[in-house]
Design a protein around this ligand. Sequence first.
Ligand SMILES: [Zn+2]
Length: 118
Amino acid sequence: MQGSQLEEDLQKIKTFLSDNGIKLLFSSDAENYIDHHTSEIVIGCRQTPKHVVYTILHEIGHYFLDIHFDSETKSSIVIEEVLAWDRGYDIGQTLQINIDDEDWKEIMEDCIRQYIEQ
Ligand SMILES: [Zn+2]
């Protein structure tokens, strides 16, 4: 993937986020998360640019999830994670982001495995 392609994808995402009143912040921590109270998506910088794009889409997926569990159990977390990856993928398609399906599946699988093996 070309660097300019990534920049283009990031720009599409940034436009989508500001249209929806969501702020995008980059942090030096390894963690990625969304703060629903402040509508901020925080993305760790310790990942490749392509991962950054996919991670942002995943966090956007969390933001637009219809299902939220009140109790946090391992299974409720895994369900929300899977749904967020799925929703993020759909949003990526809608925004015409260049998603490599194999890479996407790999990152999703890695992330879900971390929650299962915790
Ligand atoms: Zn997640």
